[in-house]
Design a protein around this ligand. Structure first.
Ligand SMILES: [Zn+2]
Length: 300
C-alpha cells in the first residue's frame, strides 16, 4: 500500500515523503496517537521508502528492497513487539546487536518499536544508549498510544509526530471502499470514534450491532412481551455483553443530546448493570432488570 492510499494525517505523510526525497531522514521518531488510526501502517510505508534502492521514485515497488519489504522478509528492517505484556531489556539488547551490524541490501536500516510504552524501564534506559549515539545508517521509529509511559529522556531524543483522529468523513469514505458494512449510522460512527481498527472490529460483529440499534430504535414503541422478544439476542450473546452495553450507552447518549433526557436514566441503568455483572450478579436477571427499567424510563 502506498503512503497516499492510507487515509488521514496528510501533513505527516507529506512531511515523511519529503524527508525521504530530500535525503533528510532522521535517526529517531516517536509516533503518538490513538490506536487504529494508521500509525503503524504509515511507519512501515515510511520504512519502505527509506530502504528503497531506486534513486528516482521511492518506493519503486520493484527493487529488491521493496520486494523484501512486501514479503515481510527484509534483513535491514524489523518490528519489535511486546513479548507477553512488556517489551523486555533482552529484546532491546538483541535489537542493539542488530543495529550495530551494517545494512545488508539497503543503504540504511529501520527498526520500528510498536507499543513502545510497554517497554520496561530497564528496556527504555537500555534503548537510550542507541538514541544517544545511533550509527549513521539507523532510523528508529517508536510508536505509542500512551505517551505518558515513556521516559522523558527517550522522548526528548525523538522527533515527535502527533497523529490526529480521523474525521467522520474520512472514516465513512474508508468504510465505503474497504469494508463490508452497508449502512453506517451516526451511532456507529460515534462508536468507531475515528479509529479504522475499531471499524474492522465492528465489521466482524455487524449483525450484533444492527440488532442493538434495532432494539434501541423500537424500545419506545413496543410492549413488554415484544421488548423481550427483540432483546433475545442479548441473552444469546453473553460473551459480548460489554460491547452490547457500550453500544446501548452510545445510542442512549445521542438520544439525550437531542433533548430526550429520560435517556440519561437509561444510561444510569446500563452503568448499574455493568457494575452488577462485574460483581458476578446473575446474568439473565441483571439483563431482565435492566431492560424493564430502561423500557419504563423511556415510556414513562
Ligand atoms: Zn524500491
Amino acid at each position: 500500500m502506498d503512503l497516499e492510499k492510507i487515509i488521514g494525517n496528510g501533513e505527516i505523510k507529506e512531511l515523511l515523503t519529503k524527508t525521504v526525497q530530500t535525503d533528510k531522514v532522521l535517526h529517531s521518531y516517536l509516533l503518538i496517537g490513538k490506536d487504529g488510526i494508521g500509525k503503524k501502517q504509515i511507519a512501515i510505508q515510511f520504512a519502505k521508502m527509506i530502504l528503497c534502492q531506486n534513486e528516482e521514485v521511492k518506493p519503486c515497488n520493484c527493487c529488491k528492497s521493496c520486494a523484501q519489504m512486501d514479503s515481510k522478509n527484509h534483513p535491514d528492517f524489523d518490528i519489535i513487539l511486546p513479548d507477553g505484556k512488556t517489551i523486555k531489556i533482552e529484546q532491546i539488547r538483541n535489537l542493539q546487536n542488530r543495529v550495530a551490524e551494517k545494512p545488508i541490501i539497503s543503504n540504511r536500516k529501520v527498526y520500528i518499536i510498536d507499543q513502545s510504552n510497554l517497554m520496561t524501564k530497564e528496556a527504555q534506559n537500555c534503548l537510550l544508549k542507541t538514541l544517544e549515539e545511533p550509527p549513521e545508517y539507523v532510523t528508529l521509529i517508536l510508536i505509542t498510544s500512551n505517551e505518558a509511559s515513556i521516559l522523558n529522556t527517550i522522548k526528548s531524543r525523538c522527533t515527535k509526530l502527533v497523529f490526529r483522529q480521523l474525521s467522520n468523513e474520512e472514516i465513512k469514505g474508508y468504510i465505503k471502499t474497504n469494508l463490508k458494512i452497508d449502512k453506517i449510522s451516526s451511532n456507529l460512527l460515534e462508536l468507531i470514534g475515528g479509529s479504522i481498527g475499531k471499524a474492522y472490529e465492528i465489521q466482524e460483529k455487524i449483525e450484533l450491532y444492527e440488532k442493538i440499534e434495532e432494539l434501541a430504535d423500537k424500545i419506545e414503541d413496543v410492549d413488554k412481551i415484544e421488548l423481550f422478544k427483540q432483546a433475545e439476542f442479548i441473552y444469546k450473546n453473553k460473551e459480548q455483553i460489554d460491547e452490547i452495553l457500550d453500544y446501548l450507552n452510545v445510542i442512549f447518549l445521542s438520544q439525550a443530546k437531542k433533548g430526550n433526557y429520560q435517556y440519561l436514566d437509561c444510561i444510569r441503568q446500563i452503568e448499574q448493570t455493568k457494575r452488577n455483572l462485574t460483581a458476578n450478579a446473575n446474568f439473565d436477571m441483571s439483563v431482565d432488570h435492566m431492560l424493564l427499567k430502561v423500557w419504563e424510563e423511556v415510556n414513562r
